[in-house]
Design a protein around this ligand. Structure first.
Ligand SMILES: [Zn+2]
Length: 105
């Protein structure tokens, strides 16, 4: 166990400590930036996911109304499936994004 200098107040504290016992500053700076990176990565991932779901949703709508005629048979199944999947997927992703944003880094 080594002693390190606190970046907040300069007092010597244990390198094992996650928080300075003097000023309560967060010591694990490397760990913290890793968390920030993974947070941003997750944000991007969720944005891609919502974009994909939205594309699926729009694709379903377009397929359904293609040619101005109501969809029938296989086209109706494919369009309805994409529509429903995209819609549900988009909603779920939006909820995930809101929950993710609430999380403190
Ligand atoms: Zn300190």
């Amino acid at each position: 166990m080594a002693l390190v200098k606190c970046p907040g107040c300069g007092e010597r504290i244990s390198s094992m400590a996650k928080q300075c016992s003097h000023c309560k500053a967060n010591i694990s700076a490397d760990n913290e930036s890793l968390q920030v990176i993974s947070h941003i990565k997750r944000s991007n991932q969720l944005m891609n996911q919502s974009f994909l779901a939205l594309t699926l949703f729009i694709g379903g709508v377009v397929t359904w109304f293609w040619g101005g005629e109501p969809a029938e048979g296989t086209r109706a199944t494919v369009a309805g499936g994409a529509f429903a999947l995209g819609f549900v997927g988009y909603l779920i992703t939006r909820v995930q994004i809101v929950l993710h944003k609430r999380k403190k880094v």
